[in-house]
Design a binder for this molecule. Sequence first.
Ligand code: IMP
Ligand code: MG
Length: 187
Amino acid sequence: MASSVFEKPADYRPAREVPVLFSAETIGQRITALASEIRVAMGQEFLIVGLLRGSFVFAADLVRALHRAGCAPQIDFLTLSSYGAAKESSGQVDMHRMMSDSVAGKPVLLVDDILESGRTLEAATVWLRDQGAASVEACVLLDKPTGRTLPIEARFVGFEVPPRFVVGYGLDYAGYYRDLPFIGVLD
Ligand code: IMP
Ligand code: MG
């Protein structure tokens, strides 16, 4: 197959050259602790809404940690995007796909890979409240507080990150690196 369909950005680096910020083991340990915090705060039953595509790896590990912590959540996904193929957010959040489960009356735990400006969480929270969610809390693996433009915080945070562009464990650059089992730094 012609490799041109997988053309990479000029600053693309092979995964083995991406410096590790959080190892797979460190991420796993933090997720176990996060699941306990969530179990205490949210109880056993709630609806998890993962924001695609970035949260898919985190959500998959988090729900299994929540199971081990004694929770029995429902799980659904919403597709939002604001980055395109760039390293800077476009500033506009597009909602591409609605969920299939009913939200009305349910406590919701929003799950995302990273909280930066706050626009993504804000848009998802407003939409879920409009759908009649009983409450909306957020859990993000990474928090980049230096990029915040809205007064939004996540109740549950895995790690705080510096103002760098991070990839791996679901986070991409131009569609690549989502498959890395660790969080790495690209810039
Ligand atoms: P916000 O809407 O500015 O809070 O940005 C959140 C979204 O931007 C996340 O769901 C990510 O998809 C993306 N994002 C923000 N920072 C990074 C990064 O360092 N690497 C990859 N994606 C990022
Ligand atoms: Mg995202």
